[in-house]
Design a protein around this ligand. Structure first.
Ligand code: ATP
Length: 308
C-alpha cells in the first residue's frame, strides 16, 4: 500500500505536484496517467525518497522510504532504465544491488530468467537495446521480491511480445497481492492492464477510480436506442430529459442517450409502453475518457492546423 497525504513539490515558482492525497491499494494494478509534465515521475521519485516533498508525505506500508533498512525488499521500481553503469554486465549490476540489500545472490539468476536476460547476463549493459534495458530495469525492481512495485513507462521500447509480457507480469504481480503502480501514455495498453486509474494534470488529482467508473463517466459512454414508432421515441426522449439524461435525436427512430445507464432507458421505455428494437451501450474508449479528463491540463500541446 502506498499512501500520499497532501504531497506537494515546488521547483521555485513552479508547482510540479500539488497536494496529492490518495492511496494505492494492494492486489490491483493502478494505472498512473497524465499529460507530459503532469508530475508522475516527480511523485514516484518522492515515494522513493529521491526527491524531498515541499509539503505532505509519501508512505509505503505506513513508513517513509528512508526508514527501511533494506528498501529493495519493500519496494521495487523501474524509473529510468538507463540508470545502469554502461560498462557493467546485467548479472554484475544485479549482484551489486542484491549485496547492498541483503538479498541472496541466487535471486539474481531467478530474476534474470524471469525477464528473459539469462542468455546475455554477461554482456555490458551499455550494449543493450532499449527493450533489453527495460527488462534489466524490471529485473532490478523484482530482485527483492517486494510487496510494492512502481514502473514508470515500462513498455517504452518493447516490441509487441514484450508489451504483452509486461502486461501479464503486472497482472500476475497484482494477483499475488502486491501493490502495483504503473505509469504509461499508451491508453489502449492501460485499458488492458489496469484495474484502477489515478489521473493527474498539472500536479493535481483529476480522477482516482476503478477503470470502469472512469469509462462510464465519459460523455462518450452512450446508449443507442432504436424503435419503430417515432411518437414512441418522442415520449421516451421527453421522459429521459426528466431524468437529467442528455438525449441526441439521431433520426425519427433513433436516440443516443448519455448520462444514464441502459437499464434506466429500458425501464423507462417499458413503463411508457414504448416498443424498442435496440438498446445497446456504446462504451467510451479509455483514450476518449482520458482526453476529456485532461483537456484543461495539457501543458505542451502542439498548435492546431499550422504547417511547419
Ligand atoms: N529537477 C527539476 N527542476 C525543475 N523542474 C522540474 C524538475 N523535475 C521536474 N520538474 C518539472 O516538474 C513538472 C513535472 O514533471 P514530471 O517529470 O514529474 O512529469 P511527468 O508527468 O512524469 O511527465 P512525462 O509524462 O513527460 O514523463 C514539469 O513541469 C517539469 O518540468
Amino acid at each position: 500500500m502506498i499512501t500520499l497525504e497532501g504531497l506537494t513539490k515546488r521547483y521555485g515558482d513552479a508547482t510540479a505536484v500539488d497536494g496529492l492525497t490518495l492511496s494505492v491499494e494492494p492486489g490491483l494494478v493502478t494505472g498512473f496517467l497524465g499529460p507530459n509534465g503532469a508530475g508522475k515521475s516527480t511523485t514516484m521519485r518522492m515515494i522513493l525518497g529521491l526527491d524531498r516533498p515541499t509539503a505532505g508525505t509519501a508512505l509505503i506500508r505506513g513508513r517513509r522510504y528512508a526508514e527501511f533498512r533494506h528498501p529493495l525488499r519493500e519496494v521495487g521500481a523501474l524509473l529510468d532504465a538507463k540508470a545502469v553503469h554502461p560498462g557493467r554486465g546485467a548479472r554484475a549490476h544485479l549482484r551489486a544491488m542484491a549485496y547492498s540489500n541483503g538479498i541472496p545472490v541466487s535471486r539474481v539468476e531467478e530474476v534474470l530468467a524471469v525477464v528473459g536476460l539469462a542468455g546475455v547476463s554477461g554482456k555490458r549493459a551499455g550494449t543493450f537495446s532499449l527493450g533489453m534495458g527495460q527488462r534489466l530495469g524490471i529485473a532490478g525492481a523484482l530482485l527483492g521480491d517486494p510487496g510494492v512495485l512502481m514502473f514508470d513507462e515500462p513498455v517504452n521500447g518493447l516490441d509487441p511480445d514484450g508489451v504483452r509480457w509486461v502486461r501479464e507480469l503486472m497482472r500476475s504481480l497484482a494477483a499475488e497481492g502486491r501493490t502495483v503502480l504503473v505509469s504509461s501514455h499508451l491508453m489502449s495498453e492501460m485499458e488492458l492492464t489496469a484495474d484502477r486509474l489515478v489521473v493527474i494534470g498539472k500536479g493535481r488529482l483529476l480522477a482516482d477510480a476503478p477503470i470502469a467508473e472512469v469509462l462510464a463517466a465519459s460523455s462518450r459512454h452512450r446508449v443507442r436506442v432504436r424503435g419503430p414508432r417515432p411518437e414512441g421515441m418522442d415520449a421516451l426522449a421527453a421522459g429521459l430529459a426528466g431524468r437529467a439524461a442528455d438525449v441526441e435525436r439521431v433520426s425519427a427512430g433513433e436516440l443516443l442517450v448519455s448520462g444514464v445507464p441502459a437499464e434506466t432507458v429500458g425501464e423507462l421505455a417499458h413503463g411508457l409502453g414504448v416498443l424498442l428494437h435496440e438498446l445497446s451501450p456504446q462504451e467510451a474508449t479509455l483514450e476518449q475518457a482520458y482526453m476529456e479528463l485532461t483537456a484543461g491540463s495539457v501543458e505542451y500541446a502542439a498548435a492546431q492546423g499550422e504547417g511547419l
